[in-house]
Design a protein around this ligand. Structure first.
Ligand SMILES: N[C@@H](CCC(=O)N[C@@H](CS)C(=O)NCC(=O)O)C(=O)O
Length: 201
């Protein structure tokens, strides 16, 4: 999703793909603590964590349209949601794919997390309000995993949380988003491999 932010800012960049089962030396050097993407390498120095990267980009390229709201409260909210998603949605979603016994419980918890977000979205078009849809870009990566969760868990998120799906579709109407969407099949294949390597049977 960093690519979306780059395009929104109109910044030239070079993007490198990572194989999560065989992480590159560059990634291990640039993000030795978490060993995760995204990492922005600017002037040879790494910046990690999507939200911190977006804040950095707004500071460095301040002559371009901001990615995040300038209002401190709004910015704190923009930070809270991905944090919540990291800790709750990603974790419960992963359990849907890997858990053998408690898959139903993981599904219930996962839907519960999405319902919390739906409550926050309410009848708004975007989490950031009518116009500030870029705030939503930090949340969108989590939806790329939905196809995988649905396939592993044999359920349809739209039946439980139609507003979240409608919101994701609205975000995808933006050109910078639609051309940089993650490959759903690749994510599924990754999870399949991950499951084979980690599942306790
Ligand atoms: N809080 C981090 C989340 C980073 C994250 O979870 N990245 C995933 C890809 S979406 C990753 O690199 N996974 C590889 C792994 O878990 O080893 C951020 O916002 O940048």
């Amino acid at each position: 999703m960093l690519r979306i932010a780059m395009e929104e800012k109109g910044i030239d960049y070079e993007s490198k793909q990572e194989d999560f089962f065989d992480k590159s030396r560059l990634l291990l050097e640039m993000n030795p603590i978490h060993k995760k993407v995204p990492v922005l390498v600017h002037n040879g120095r790494p910046i990690c964590e999507l939200l911190i990267i977006l804040q950095y980009m707004d500071e460095v390229w301040d002559h371009k349209a901001p990615l995040l709201p300038s209002d401190p409260y709004q910015q704190s909210q923009a930070g809270f949601r991905p944090n919540y998603s990291d800790k709750k949605i990603y974790e419960t979603g992963r359990r849907i794919c890997t858990a053998k016994q408690d898959q139903e419980e993981a599904k219930k918890q996962f839907i519960g997390c999405l319902e919390t977000l739906e409550g926050e979205l309410g009848n708004k078009f975007y989490f950031g309000g009518e116009s500030s849809r870029l705030v939503d870009v930090v949340l969108l990566p989590y939806t790329s995993w939905f196809y995988t969760y649905e396939t592993f868990g044999n359920f349809k998120i739209e039946e439980k949380c139609p507003k979240i799906i409608a919101w994701a579709n609205r975000c995808k109407e933006r050109k910078s988003v639609s051309k940089n969407l993650a490959d759903l099949q690749k994510i599924y294949d990754f999870m399949l491999q991950y499951q084979r390597r980690t599942r306790v049977v």
